[in-house]
Write a protein that binds this ligand. Structure first.
Ligand code: IYR
Length: 224
């Protein structure tokens, strides 16, 4: 497009055998990812979290506005009020606000309003979606495809943390407004999820229900 600078694409083509091997190896690695709810308090170096967030920041986004912010909560004084606020919302949710259909859908996961991992896991990453912001600091332009962009970034973040050997949990207390205040984020940013990460607790288990992934013919059709 005239007037806008470009650079040559850096692209290294792989032999087809290598492509097949890598696609399979990545699938084999990712299919061992589990949503973990029992975390150890063992510390994890901050650089691993920083690199995972840099990976998330490579996600494609509407007009390359990168409409995300990751507030990383270590093991400091925010933990107790955060857990209290999240558990208060979860109690309302599990005591009826969710409705029976939702609670029935969750039953095989065995979740409840008790969230000890919010105080035990070494890192919590609160993900915020920016409705406005634009590509440069200080911009206040409208952002586009915000949910899609932030969703992709979260996927990359989870993949990176998993590849780095960490357990993760996508936690979604509902509503999540308390994260705005606790993390000191502006009101125009919407908290979208809390990603909990660290080592699993010894003897951690996962619900059998979560292992059941749909086969290719149920999630994919080649139509052309
Ligand atoms: N936020 C609640 C409930 C919950 C909702 C869904 I959808 C899940 O897949 C899992 C849990 C909680 O974290 O317990």
């Amino acid at each position: 497009m005239a007037g806008h600078p470009t650079v040559p694409l850096e692209f290294s083509e792989l032999p087809e055998s290598e492509m097949r091997a890598r696609a399979l190896a990545f699938y084999e690695a990712m299919k061992t990812r589990r949503t973990v709810r029992d975390f150890s308090d063992r510390q994890v170096p901050r650089e691993i979290i920083e690199h995972a967030i840099l990976t998330a920041g490579t996600a494609p986004s509407g007009a390359n506005h990168q409409p995300w912010f990751f507030s990383v909560i270590g093991c400091g004084p925010l933990r107790k009020p955060l857990r209290e606020a999240a558990e208060a919302e979860e109690r309302a949710f599990y005591e009826g606000k969710a409705g029976t259909e939702w609670l029935e859908a969750l039953a095989p996961l065995g979740t409840d309003s008790d969230k000890p991992f919010l105080e035990t896991a070494p890192w919590l990453i609160a993900v915020f979606a920016q409705r406005r912001g634009g590509p440069k600091p200080g911009d206040h332009r409208k952002n586009y495809y915000v949910s899609e962009s932030v969703g992709i970034a979260c996927g990359l973040l989870l993949a990176s943390l998993h590849q780095a050997g960490l357990a993760t949990l996508t936690h979604t207390p509902n509503p999540m407004g308390f994260l705005t205040e606790l993390c000191g984020r502006p009101e125009n940013e919407k908290p979208v999820m809390l990603i909990v990460t660290g080592y699993p607790a010894e003897g951690a288990t996962v619900p059998l229900h979560a292992l059941d992934k749909k086969p290719l013919d149920q999630i994919c059709g080649f139509v052309g």
